[in-house]
Design a protein around this ligand. Structure first.
Ligand code: ATP
Length: 363
């Protein structure tokens, strides 16, 4: 290990086509991915995740900006010279080859000697727990087993970086959960940097060391799952990652980067504020549904409303509350005995929200 970042994208722009039909797939994207990280690119369809992956792999070249692998600019390097491997959603296994032959394919292309290849194939079969199936053909394997072979084949040459483009999306939910744990284990055991692409926020939150949230060719936020969930930078991130309630508040006064804001209920709070939020202007607060407590009306609370709808989910219950001041919020309460157990549709309730659970968003 060199101690240098595994991958850096510096001011990368990628445009497809020209003239009025041009598509800007990546718009001045910069990101640094450290060695041994499980790093996820997360965003809705079309936001540019795959394009960034393809630029790192070398299947495409940037229109502007540069890609560095371990500190070296790689524009001149074709994919096979980059020490980067890719696992595709479709697995792209060779149907006429056995499991072992598939795993050894890349090693053969690299000109490794037979004894080396065989030893590495054995190691990989063990790593992905497929030793008993080494002689099966691809069509004799389940989807999950094919996925393991695709992973073993990509890991066999021990690349510095493994790129994974929605590799679990073809699996059913149960298998998908199993493979999430399996992928984490493989990353940990091999020490290879994983760059994982998904549009599934839950998958990103549970698997990643860090996540880059993307939208329309830009990276909006980079951080750990906790940072992104607890402190989303803007409305898009707050909305895309988990469920969020948005409430407008008015800036009453400010001193430096702190100020007083007023909730629609008239209650004032001291908050850190964006330097651009003027006195008299509006700010949006993001509040997670599980950070709101339902209390008796009139009790010490920040907002008040009426229960509009109750949905039971086994471990928790979702209450949809119409606020007295207009708008509505969702409150998620764990199913323990308490005040919420006696609530029914139409009941008046108070909403208690800790000040730190109200995140002021950039607009
Ligand atoms: P998905 O989750 O659907 O795969 P994505 O986030 O990976 O989406 P990209 O595949 O990177 O998104 O695409 C980003 C944008 O660039 C899209 O608008 C897409 O239509 C466009 N695009 C991607 N590849 C090409 C291409 N070869 N030619 C023209 N446009 C392209």
């Amino acid at each position: 290990m060199t101690g240098l970042p595994a991958v850096e994208a510096k001011n990368v722009t990628k445009t497809f086509g020209a003239g009025p039909d041009a598509v800007v797939a990546l718009d001045n994207v910069s990101v640094t991915i450290q060695q041994n990280e499980f790093f996820t690119l997360l965003g809705p369809s079309g936001c540019g995740k795959t394009t960034l992956l393809r630029l790192i792999a070398g299947f495409e070249l940037p229109t502007a900006g540069s890609i560095l692998l371990e500190g070296q600019e790689v524009a001149h390097l074709p994919p096979f010279k980059r020490m980067v491997n890719t696992v595709f959603q479709s697995y792209a296994l060779f149907p006429h080859l056995t499991v072992a032959e598939n795993i050894g394919f890349g090693l053969k292309m690299l000109g490794r000697r037979r004894a080396d290849r065989d030893a590495q194939i054995e190691k990989m079969l063990k790593l992905v727990k497929m030793e008993p199936m080494r002689n099966r053909k691809v069509h004799q394997l389940s989807g999950g087993q094919q996925q393991r072979v695709a992973l073993a084949r990509a890991l066999a040459p021990h690349p510095k970086v493994l790129l994974l483009d929605e590799p679990l999306s073809a699996l059913d939910l149960k298998l998908r959960k199993e493979m999430q744990i399996e992928l984490k284990r493989l990353q940990h055991e091999t020490g290879i940097t994983f760059i994982f692409v998904t549009h599934d926020q839950e998958e990103a939150l549970t698997m990643s060391d860090r996540i880059a949230v993307m939208s329309h060719g830009k990276i909006l936020q980079i951080g750990t799952a906790n940072e992104i969930y607890e402190h989303p930078v803007d409305r898009f991130v707050a909305d895309f990652i988990g469920e969020t309630n948005f409430i407008e508040a008015e800036v009453m006064q400010r001193i430096g980067n702190r100020g007083q804001i007023r909730l629609p209920s008239g209650i004032a709070l001291a908050r850190e504020l964006d330097p651009i939020a003027p006195v008299g202007g509006k700010v949006t607060l993001a509040i997670r549904p599980e950070r709101i407590d339902l209390v008796k009306p009139g009790a010490d609370c920040q907002l008040a409303g009426k229960v509009e709808n109750i949905v039971y989910f086994g471990t928790d219950t979702h209450f949809h509350i119409d606020l007295d001041t207009g708008g509505d919020v969702t409150v998620r309460v764990q199913n323990r005995r308490g005040f919420q157990e006696v609530l029914k549709q139409g009941d008046a309730v108070g909403l208690r929200i800790a000040p730190e659970a109200m995140q002021v968003l950039k607009d």
